[in-house]
Design a protein around this ligand. Structure first.
Ligand code: PGA
Length: 252
C-alpha cells in the first residue's frame, strides 16, 4: 500500500497569532491536493487561532513539543492533553534544536510515550550533527531511532512519523546528495521493517527535513522511502510551502 505523503511545516519560534492566522488562511484557501496530507506546527500561542482558521480545511495541526508528564508542577511546560485539546493531531519531538538544548533520546522516548497515550501522532526527529560517511551517519541514526523509541509499542504504521533531518542541512541551504539520501532512507526503512515487521515498519512515514524548498523538492521527494518533508524556513510563506506540497502530490 502506498503511503500518503505528509508535508509538515515547522514554524519554529516565528509569528504572533495574527501572523499564524494570515498564513493558515492563505494555506486553507489554496491547498487543493487530495492525495497528500499537509500539517502546520505553529508556536503554542497560535494553536487555537490557527485551528480556527483551518476549520473547514483538511490541513492538520501539530505542536512543536510537549512535556512527558501528564500534569503537575512543571512551570512553563505544556502537556500532550493540552495540545490535543487545542486541536492538534501531531507533535514534533526530539527536533535537533531541542536536542541541542539538552534533550536526550530517553527524554524523547518518554515524550513519545506521553504523546501516543493521548492519541497524538509524534513526528520523531533524528539526524547526524556533521557531514560524515554514510556508514557513520547510519550508526548514529540507528542508535537514535532505537533509543528515541525505546519500549514504545508501535502496532500500526499510522501511530508515528519519523523525520530524518541531518543537522548540518537545517537552515543552511545545504542538502545531502541524492545518493546519500537514497542510502539513508533505505537504511531507515530496513531498520523499521526489521524492528516492527513489514506490516508496521513498512507503513511508518519517513520525512526528509533540512533546507527542503520549492527549488529542490523535485529532486528530493521522489527518492524511494521518502514519504514527505519537514520544512522550516520555506513553510513560513504560503506560496513556497504549497509549491513543495504540489511537488509531493506528483510523487504520491
Ligand atoms: P529548514 O528547517 O527547512 O529551515 O532547514 C527544517 C527543520 O528544522 O525542521
Amino acid at each position: 500500500m502506498a503511503l500518503t505523503p505528509l508535508i509538515a511545516g515547522n514554524w519554529k519560534m516565528n509569528g504572533t497569532p495574527d501572523f499564524g492566522a494570515a498564513l493558515a488562511t492563505e494555506l486553507a484557501k489554496n491547498f487543493t491536493y487530495k492525495n497528500i496530507e499537509i500539517s502546520v506546527f505553529p508556536p503554542f500561542t497560535s494553536l487555537t487561532t490557527v485551528k480556527a482558521c483551518l476549520e473547514n480545511s483538511p490541513i492538520a495541526l501539530g505542536a512543536q513539543n510537549i512535556h512527558e508528564a501528564a500534569k503537575g508542577a512543571h512551570t512553563g511546560e505544556i502537556s500532550a492533553e493540552m495540545v490535543k485539546a487545542c486541536g492538534c493531531k501531531y507533535v514534533i519531538l526530539g527536533h535537533s534544536e531541542r536536542r541541542e538544548a539538552g534533550e536526550t533520546d530517553a527524554a524523547v522516548a518518554a515524550k513519545t510515550c506521553a504523546a501516543m497515550a493521548e492519541g497524538l501522532v509524534p513526528v520523531v526527529c533524528i539526524g547526524e550533527k556533521a557531514k560524515m560517511e554514510p556508514h557513520q551517519a547510519q550508526a548514529i541514526l540507528g542508535s537514535q531511532l532505537r533509543d528515541s523509541l525505546k519500549n514504545i509499542a508501535i502496532t500500526d504504521g499510522d501511530q508515528i512519523v519519523i523525520a530524518y533531518e541531518p543537522v548540518w542541512a537545517i537552515g543552511t541551504g545545504l542538502v545531502p546528495t541524492t545518493e546519500d539520501l537514497e542510502q539513508a532512507f533505505d537504511f531507515l526503512r530496513v531498520t523499521l521493517v526489521k524492528t516492527y515487521g513489514e506490516g508496521v515498519g513498512g507503513q511508518i512515514r519517513l520525512l526528509y527535513g533540512g533546507s527542503l524548498n520549492a527549488e529542490n523538492a523535485d529532486e528530493i521527494l521522489p527518492i524511494p522511502h521518502i514519504n514527505g518533508g519537514l520544512i522550516g524556513g520555506a513553510s513560513l510563506n504560503a506560496e513556497s510551502f504549497l509549491s513543495i506540497a504540489k511537488a509531493a502530490s506528483k510523487y504520491a
